[in-house]
Design a protein around this ligand. Structure first.
Ligand code: S3P
Length: 268
C-alpha cells in the first residue's frame, strides 16, 4: 500500500492536472464567446447547450460518484457563464428608458443567463423605505422619491458583471447621469407609445401614469424625455416587437460592434 505521503503527492499531482485542464477549458470559453460575437452568431444557444449537457451526462451516468460529477460540471457551467459576461460586458450595463421599455425584464434575463448581479433602483428604494413606489409618491411626493433615487444611484459604483436598471425618470437629473456614466455603459431601451401602453396598462405601480393610462399621455411624456435619453445613451435598442432574448442578443451585438470586449486569456 502507498504511504500517506505518496497518496498526498498523488492527490497534489491530480490537482495540478485539474488546474491545467480547467485553465484550458476556461480559455476556450473565452475564445468561443468572442468567436460567436465576432461572427454575429447567437450567444445563447439553449438547444445546443441541452444537447451538450445530455451528451456529457451520458459519460458519467453509471459512475458511482455521478452526483459529484454533476455538481462539478454545474459549477463549471456557472463559471463559464460568468466568463461569457466578462468577455461580452467588460463594464457594468446601465439600462435606461421609458417606463415599460423592458429594463427590468432585460435585467433579470441577463442576470439569469450570465449570472450578473442586478441592481434595480426602484426595488432598492422600496426596500429601504419599506413601502411601494405609489405610496412614496402619495405620502411624500415626487421630489422625495427623486432624492431617494439619487441616493441609490450615487452608490452604484464601478466594475463589471452588474446590470443596473434605473427608473424611467432618473436621467433627468445631471447628478444621476454623472454617476451612471461612471458606473458603466448606458443602454437605452425604446418602444413606441402603443407598445409601452400594452405592457404597462395592467399595472398600478407607476404613479405618473395612474389616471393617465393612455397612448396620448405616454407619447407626450415620452417626447419631453426622448432627447435627454438619446443624449445620455451610449447605445440604443428599439424593443418594439422584440422578445427579451432578441433584445439581449441586440445588446450583445451592439456592444461587440463597439469593440469593447476583453479577455484574460491564460493559454499561451
Ligand atoms: C418613473 C419610472 C418608474 C419609477 C417611478 C417614476 C418615471 O420606473 O421610477 O414610477 O419617472 O419614469 P420604471 O421606468 O422602471 O417603470
Amino acid at each position: 500500500m502507498n504511504s500517506y505521503d505518496d497518496i498526498m503527492k498523488n492527490i497534489e499531482a491530480c490537482d495540478d492536472k485539474i488546474i491545467e485542464v480547467l485553465n484550458e477549458r476556461l480559455a476556450y470559453t473565452e475564445e468561443i464567446t468572442k468567436y460567436k460575437a465576432e461572427h454575429h452568431m447567437p450567444i445563447l444557444r439553449h438547444e445546443e447547450e441541452v444537447r451538450q449537457l445530455k451528451n456529457l451526462a451520458g459519460k458519467y451516468s453509471n459512475h458511482p460518484y455521478k452526483e459529484e460529477f454533476e455538481e462539478i460540471f454545474r459549477s463549471i457551467s456557472v463559471s463559464s457563464r460568468k466568463i461569457q459576461a466578462e468577455v461580452l460586458f467588460p463594464k457594468n450595463i446601465v439600462l435606461i428608458g421609458f417606463m415599460g421599455a423592458g429594463k427590468s425584464s432585460l435585467a433579470s434575463y441577463l442576470s439569469e443567463n450570465f449570472y450578473m448581479r442586478t441592481v434595480e433602483t426602484d426595488r432598492e428604494i422600496v426596500q429601504r423605505e419599506g413601502i411601494s413606489i405609489p405610496e412614496i409618491f402619495e405620502l411624500y411626493g415626487e421630489e422625495y422619491f427623486r432624492e431617494k433615487e439619487t441616493e441609490v444611484i450615487r452608490e452604484l459604483g464601478t466594475g463589471s458583471r452588474k446590470v443596473i436598471s434605473v427608473g424611467g425618470g432618473a436621467v433627468m437629473r445631471d447628478e444621476n447621469v454623472k454617476h451612471m456614466k461612471a458606473s458603466g455603459v448606458i443602454v437605452l431601451l425604446t418602444a413606441t407609445p402603443k407598445a409601452i401602453l400594452d405592457r404597462v396598462k395592467g399595472s398600478t405601480e407607476r404613479p405618473l401614469l395612474n389616471g393617465k393610462m393612455n397612448e396620448d399621455y405616454i407619447a407626450t411624456l415620452m417626447k419631453k424625455r426622448s432627447a435627454r435619453y438619446e443624449e445620455v445613451a451610449d447605445l440604443t435598442i428599439d424593443t418594439t416587437d422584440k422578445t427579451i432574448p432578441d433584445v439581449c442578443e441586440a445588446v450583445i451585438s451592439k456592444i461587440t460592434a463597439s469593440g469593447s470586449q476583453t479577455t484574460k486569456t491564460v493559454l499561451s
